[in-house]
Write a protein that binds this ligand. Structure first.
Ligand SMILES: [Zn+2]
Length: 280
């Protein structure tokens, strides 16, 4: 598919080049967790002010999230300046992980055990990561805003840079990212509106599952229509977030519950909203 031309208009604040600065690239997933080059928006799509805002105020909620942090730790993405410490090969380094999490009210306790095989100095190493976090409503709001930010910029990346999304029956040419149907996600991720609310996200945890390194080191998105809305599945190293890119603020929660009821997921599904709830 031919990519759309760089709009020189910000997908978040809708500011245009005449009024906003557009000097910076925007990393869809933060650069410090392995995304040095793979998914980066060139200048002209996110204005400098919005880009700085997300980096300073929003993305830190994801980077400090215990489950995301554990996955990043297992993959050593923050070591070696964000690049993989080792290359995988059949004879090379290999990681397998086993994660378990418990939720009790808004507290998540995570116990992870993982093996690293084939390092030059330590052929077989076992490490453990234990973390817990008691989420405040503000933590949940920022986490929701961070994953909506990544999802929407990932869509922009597919429209303007490289079609990396998986789709079902969706023609990207017909998507106008500046359309009003995306206004709710713009207002939420960029401005936290409606204030006092938390736009719902589902979080699917594939625990108790042995992962190969290749499976772990993947992020990406899937976009599909579900009823009348765009359902976006974001995979962050095996941690899945399901959200609606187009539901109105007061409908996102109900729409996602409908999705969860239909999807019959085998793994635990949590609703990240005002509270953290296990719903399946
Ligand atoms: Zn902007």
């Amino acid at each position: 598919m031919a990519m759309k031309p760089i709009p020189n208009k910000c997908i978040w604040c809708l500011g245009e080049q005449s009024s906003e600065r557009f000097n910076s690239k925007s990393h869809v997933l933060p650069g410090c967790v392995g995304n040095k080059r793979q998914q980066v928006l060139p200048a002209g799509i996110v204005c400098d002010q919005c880009n700085n805002f997300f980096g300073r105020r929003v993305e830190v909620a994801l980077i400090n999230d215990p489950i995301f942090e554990a996955r990043v730790g297992i993959l050593q993405l923050r070591d070696k300046k964000g690049e993989f410490a080792y290359n995988h090969s059949p004879l090379g380094v290999h990681r397998v992980a086993n994660m378990e999490a418990e939720i009790s009210s808004n507290k998540v306790t995570l116990i992870t055990k993982y093996e690293i095989k084939g390092q030059p100095n330590k052929p077989h190493e076992i490490r453990n990561i234990s973390k817990s976090k008691d989420y405040s409503k503000r933590d949940l709001a920022l986490l929701s805003r961070a994953v909506h930010k990544i999802a929407f910029e990932s869509l922009a990346h597919s429209l303007f840079v490289k079609s990396g999304l998986k789709f079902e029956h969706i023609d990207l040419k017909n998507i106008d990212i500046f359309d009003r149907s995306f206004e709710a996600i713009r207002r939420w991720a960029r401005y936290g509106e409606p204030q006092g609310s938390v736009r719902a996200v589902l979080r699917l945890q594939k625990f108790d599952e042995i992962k190969t390194q290749e499976e772990l080191f993947q992020w990406g998105g899937e976009l599909r229509y579900f009823q009348q809305w765009f359902c976006y599945g974001l995979n962050l190293f095996g941690d899945w977030y399901i959200m609606s890119l187009t539901s109105a603020a007061d409908e996102a929660d109900g729409d996602l519950r409908t999705w969860a009821a239909r999807a019959k997921c085998a793994q635990p599904v949590w609703m990240v909203g005002d509270k953290l709830q296990a719903i399946v």
